[in-house]
Design a protein around this ligand. Sequence first.
Ligand SMILES: O=C(O)[C@H]1O[C@H](OP(=O)(O)OP(=O)(O)OC[C@H]2O[C@@H](n3ccc(=O)[nH]c3=O)[C@H](O)[C@@H]2O)[C@H](O)[C@@H](O)[C@@H]1O
Length: 440
Amino acid sequence: MPPLEEELFPSTPGKIKSDRLHFNSMNRTFHRCFASTSTMFLWALFLIALTASYISFQSFVTSGSRYLHHTSHNSIGDLRWEKQIRSSAQIRRQSGLTVLVTGAAGFVGSHVSVALKKRGDGVVGIDNFNDYYDPSLKKSRRSMLESQHIFIVKGDINDQRLLAKLFEIVPFTHVMHLAAQAGVRYAMENPMSYVHSNIAGLVTLLEQCKSSDPQPAIVWASSSSVYGLNEKVPFSESDQTDQPASLYAATKKAGEEITHTYNHIYGLSITGLRFFTVYGPWGRPDMAYFSFTKNILQGKPITVYRGKDRVDLARDFTYIDDIVKGCVASLDTAGKSTGSGGKKRGPAPYRIYNLGNTSPVTVPALVSILEKNLKLKAKKNVVEMPGNGDVPFTHANISLAQRELGYKPTTDLSTGLKKFVKWYLTYYGYNHGKGNSVNL
Ligand SMILES: O=C(O)[C@H]1O[C@H](OP(=O)(O)OP(=O)(O)OC[C@H]2O[C@@H](n3ccc(=O)[nH]c3=O)[C@H](O)[C@@H]2O)[C@H](O)[C@@H](O)[C@@H]1O
């Protein structure tokens, strides 16, 4: 009789009777792979460990990718990135503020950031560097801020995890919220960009602020455009603002209502600033004074809108330095948010102020000042104001801001535009865009 070993694993398969073939092959497999119960147990353990490590690797990849996007400028989420944030947030004066400035690479955002940093506050910026207008201007502003040791995180305010991470690194006392989709007429071209930044982005930011501990106080940019078709002049904060003329204005008005609910439910300290056509050095290329300057220098025509019955349009143009003072004063007087960890502990301030200049100037007068400063004649193409969201005039009553913030604008349009033109010529030179198409 062959030994058992030989029975089960015959050296010559041909010797095996066919009815035993199946049985024997099963046994062989069984013995090779799971020769004993303990081996089976080890196999099971190995499989479980493999699955677990796969799952955790996957979650590392997903969560890591949220912070570890590598950009040319910084690797979000790494140690160097955190160090830059901490250093930028450092306070260098007694009872200084720690401010998160959203839209820090923007026009108003860059100016406010520098002003805060100069007096010793901690400042961290966030900006998505979108291409609504030439991003190279935003990058230049970033370089300017870097020279003042201000770090700008590249990211969108809709990125909830990024915001959470920033608040985890720095317990911000204040948020200066200036990130927005600006521009009145562009809302007809790209309406969803206004919903994305001015509504969804705002809510994402407020959600983060309400659950932060400590909760920061928030100062944010509303707009004179909320007065819409209001005809009572000058515009006062108590006037009706329920007739917006553009989607842009409607999203800013919605922002005022949305911030009110966060103040009411969660005790967030809120200050909304209605800016009146802010202009100045490092300004926005989409705005009239900026694009007029470019076109006049290039010898290209400019389109000047005119209201009904040939009435000139007018704006309460406000110089950037005056706006910066209003922003800083708003931060200083904001009062604390009362809630913590998403719970309200008492009433918190809810304030709205006009930040204007109180002396409207017509658009043709603006053009004349530019012509004088540029020593060139504009080729004017005067057309009736299209129904694109524009309002015929704006005029701020600033007595509330004067009383409560000590706000007092000191720069008239001539002085301010002179400074703008000087900056423009230094930054772009006289020949900017001549002979090639430059994306303003
Ligand atoms: O104060 C505000 O709330 C708003 O001010 C500006 O909006 P706007 O006053 O329309 O500023 P510009 O786009 O620079 O226009 C100024 C004036 O020039 C006129 N304009 C504009 C462009 C153009 O080609 N021609 C022209 O005559 C406009 O109709 C307006 O009367 C900003 O663009 C908005 O982001 C801001 O919120």
